[in-house]
Design a protein around this ligand. Structure first.
Ligand code: NAD
Ligand code: ZN
Length: 360
């Protein structure tokens, strides 16, 4: 499948399907990257032994000048140190303004490599090659960032890729925990925007084992479609794009509070979505009990409550530092109906009470 992602500032192609990586050379030529262009692949040490040789060989056979830099795998790698190390390697390889960075990996590689591209020589081009289910979300839309010990994704940029090449055959090696993590964002896309897709998920994806073949492909397509439609409306998050943060206000606070990598991003977001629903019920005075969302999530193996060790007051402080908060007032995405959300300002006292109730 090939489709165009459109934002206010840019249109770029997305290739999706088994074997999409083989289309890379022809895609590059269509993007005015002639053979001889320096390509700098950033990947991690789990993905590299699986797919780096294959991608490198495809590009080298088309006479591109290919370099690679390998970071450790895992959320902790989305750090300033690795960002700096990538920049150093890029300078040593002599990348220039016509060079292209290739982000081969999950959301960690995509966010880090994208931020390297956004800032190297004030910004060069890059291509997203997602290798996780989660990256159906992270590879589209141009948000790139690294973490700060004090807050998730605190240092970053908006920098759209030249293209997204999503070779779904790469997903076959994805461990179950990572499939689950990515599925959290699929669920998020359904909950914020698409009641019919939500109903389909409830009927068709009973367990994680159902997430393969055509059903997996459908989840990826729907997820990208919803993500792309939000980004088309609001590239720089002045409005509806904030809806994509459903579950992320608490989710990001948890990731940073527990130490990056303790929970996967999707696990943290799953708990965060359940908390957002819990708050929605109290804020709007209505109930989503009939949907039994916690049971549904638990059936996939998601955590459905706060880890015992975590202090709610510290979580609240982290939530106040979230990028959606203004002047220290937490703004959360709440569920109005399945498929419909809005951003709401919440008072600290209420939030702390609800965090305490939720943690019981
Ligand atoms: P990840 O990149 O760490 O990948 C998860 C794990 O799977 C890693 O250990 C990785 O080495 C391994 N892996 C990757 N591809 C594999 C494959 N094909 N086979 C086997 N193992 C493979 O994490 P992720 O879940 O892909 O992404 C999470 C990150 O994405 C978070 O940092 C999150 O903040 C970010 N994110 C960004 C956006 C955005 O809009 N920029 C959106 C959502 C999430
Ligand atoms: Zn996310």
């Amino acid at each position: 499948i090939e489709w165009m992602i459109e934002t206010a500032t840019k249109r770029y192609p997305l290739l999706l399907g088994d074997g999409a990586a083989r289309e890379l050379p022809s895609l590059l030529r269509s993007l005015a990257c002639p053979p001889g262009t320096k390509l700098f692949i950033i990947t991690d040490d789990t993905v590299a032994p699986l797919y780096l040789d294959e991608v490198r060989a495809t590009l080298a056979a088309a006479e591109y000048d290919v370099y690679a830099y390998i970071i450790p795998s895992g959320e902790a790698a989305k750090s300033f140190d690795n960002y700096y190390a990538c920049q150093t390697a890029a300078i040593k390889c002599g990348l220039d303004r016509r060079s292209v960075i290739v982000a081969l990996g999950g959301g960690v590689v995509g966010d880090l490599a994208g931020f390297v591209a956004a800032t190297y020589m004030r910004g060069i081009r890059y291509i997203q090659m997602p290798t996780t289910l989660l990256a159906h979300d992270s590879a589209v839309g141009g948000k790139v960032a690294i973490n700060h010990p004090l807050g998730k994704n605190m240092i970053g940029a908006f920098h759209q890729p030249e293209a997204v090449v999503y070779d779904t055959s790469f997903l076959r090696t994805l461990p179950e925990r990572e499939l689950r993590s990515g599925f959290a964002e699929v669920i998020k896309h359904a909950l914020i925007r698409d009641r019919r897709f939500y109903d389909w998920l409830r009927a068709e994806i009973k367990t994680l084992a159902d997430l393969r073949g055509e059903k997996l492909a459908y989840c990826i397509e729907k997820g990208i479609d919803i993500k792309a439609s939000v980004v088309r409306e609001d590239e720089k998050e002045t409005g509806v794009r904030a809806h994509l943060n459903f579950g992320h206000t608490l989710g990001h606070a948890l990731e940073s509070e527990l130490g990056y990598g303790a929970l996967t991003h999707g696990e943290a977001v799953a708990v965060g979505m359940l908390f957002a629903v819990f708050v929605s019920e109290r804020f709007y005075g209505r109930s989503f009990a009939e949907h039994r969302l916690a049971d549904w999530f638990a059936g996939y193996g998601f955590p459905v409550s706060l880890p015992a060790a975590v202090q709610t007051r510290r979580l609240l402080e982290k939530m106040k530092g979230d990028k959606k908060a203004y002047a220290g007032t937490v703004r959360m995405v709440l569920l109005c109906e399945i498929g419909d959300v809005e951003v709401v300002e919440l008072e600290d006292d209420n939030l702390l009470t609800w965090l305490d109730e939720f943690s019981r």
